[in-house]
Design a binder for this molecule. Structure first.
Ligand code: 4AD
Ligand code: MG
Length: 431
């Protein structure tokens, strides 16, 4: 038997077919039973009319509970009012696994209960929509770089040293070699890649042992990090805005149905078009002051500050040239003002905060050595990285985009925990 999925029903109108899936929900009305089947590719209302089927099948349709695994047979009918636009005039029902008392019902459940049952919660239409959008974003990311001459060059996950500050490292014993750390970012390795291949990107899981309980923090999240040789901060910002426009516009086109399921106001995404506003940190501080925020110059922007700044714009805003003291050791200083780093954070609109962090990298051996000392980092662990400044050093730049923050923003969610299949947070590492 050829396997047919709900997403392919357009080809089978008027034909008798069989589909396998799970009972999503059901209702009854007199001699009719409406079973909604889900198969991962979509939803299909199957109509069982008492007069058309055996009494056994009619009883079965009454008896089986939500999430029973079933096989339905019937004739496909175009029905614009039904979910997905088709309906099945059902004639047969086979139960593959009868289920009762499925714990997640259409009523409201508390978030902790749903998180404890994440392995089942993933079957709900909302979670399915989010996972499909996440997948489309991942593909858009890969397509974007692949189509522009970048080479995917993944970085190791077990690393000998910190990249983004020592306070958020997960550590583990590594045989006779002492400690190893779960990577916070693939960037340092991407830099080696850029000097080998010109344009590269890494894309993988990264880890932060943050004591942070906010809706924006996961301890394990996915980051894509392009790195480009012979590029400066402006080139980096050009790349970031083209990249974000591409991702958002692709999802709008290809995942309209899922965005509708999530009731996302897509007009807010339509305006994500180049050019994005570019403001300096100093200008961002001015905006905060004008809005009555008591902000101490020199601090990093907090989540509330980012919201105020981004609310001035209808598309992502790029804030560049932060005080170097609040930024990472590898960032190049601004030649016009060495107190500033050639850094950029891209803030998403609608209060979603920082989704991209990037910079031009320090390419001078002496200056980088000084930074490593200032940050109390072990020089020996960075000798290989310093080699990149000893042999053929060139201006280079890159950034990191947090996948889950991007999915949260595009889906219009209020927490990162729904954007990754099995979230890891300070207070949760199950299921
Ligand atoms: O700003 P971050 O720390 O930058 C870096 O790691 C650089 N090495 C990137 C580079 O230049 N190649 O992190 C980059 C992005 C953030 O903007 C955010 O989207 C995401 O990673 N991110 C997190 N996402 C979820 N949970 C966390 N705890 C995150 N920390 C950072
Ligand atoms: Mg950052």
């Amino acid at each position: 038997m050829q396997k047919i999925y709900i997403s392919e029903l357009a080809k089978y109108v008027g034909q008798e077919i069989t589909i396998q899936g799970w009972l999503y929900n059901k209702r009854s009305s007199g001699k009719l039973r409406f079973l909604v089947l889900r198969d991962g590719s979509g939803y299909l209302q199957c109509v069982y009319f008492k007069g058309n089927i055996t009494p056994e099948i009619f009883d079965l349709s009454d008896r089986i509970g939500q999430e029973s695994a079933i096989e339905v047979t019937g004739k496909v009918k175009a029905e614009p009012r039904a979910v997905g636009g088709y309906e099945l005039d059902a004639t047969n029902l086979t139960v593959l696994h009868e289920t009762h008392d499925y714990p997640i019902t259409p009523k409201d459940h508390g978030i902790e209960f749903l998180m404890d049952n994440r392995h089942l919660w993933l079957r709900s239409s909302r979670q399915v929509a989010i996972m499909k959008i996440r997948h489309r974003i991942v593909k858009a990311i890969r397509d974007f770089f692949d189509d522009r001459g970048f080479t995917l060059m993944d970085a190791p996950i077990l690393t000998p040293a910190a990249c983004e500050g020592t306070s958020t490292l997960f550590e583990t014993e590594y045989f006779d070699l002492g400690k190893a750390y779960l990577t916070q970012s693939g960037q340092l390795y991407a830099e080696a890649g850029a000097l080998a291949l010109g344009k590269v990107y890494t894309f993988g899981p990264t880890f932060r042992a943050e004591k942070s309980k906010t809706r924006r923090h996961l301890t394990e999240f996915w980051m894509v990090e392009p790195e480009v040789a012979f590029a400066d901060l402006n080139d980096d910002m050009d790349l970031a805005e083209e990249f974000l426009e591409y991702i958002v516009q692709t999802v709008l086109t290809d995942r309209a149905e899922e965005l509708k399921t999530l009731e996302r106001d897509t007009t807010k995404l339509q305006s994500v078009k180049r050019p994005f506003p570019r403001i300096s940190y100093d200008e961002a501080v001015e905006i905060l002051k004008k809005n009555g925020v008591e902000f101490e110059y020199g601090n990093d922007l907090g989540a509330a500050d980012e919201t105020i700044v981004s609310n001035q714009f209808d598309r992502p805003v790029m804030v560049h040239r932060y005080p170097s003291e609040v930024k990472a050791f590898y960032m190049k200083r601004d030649p016009e003002n060495p107190k500033l780093a050639l850094a950029v954070d891209v803030l998403a609109p609608e209060g979603y905060g920082e989704i991209i962090g990037g910079s031009q990298r320090e390419d001078s051996l002496d200056l980088l050595l000084a930074r490593i000392k200032e940050h109390n980092l072990p020089q020996s662990a960075f000798e290989w990285y310093l080699d990149l400044r000893r042999f053929g050093s060139v201006p280079h730049a890159g950034f990191g985009l947090g996948l889950e923050r991007t999915v949260t923003w595009i889906c219009g969610l209020d927490h990162l925990r729904e954007t990754i299949p099995f979230p890891r947070m300070i207070y949760r590492n199950t299921p």
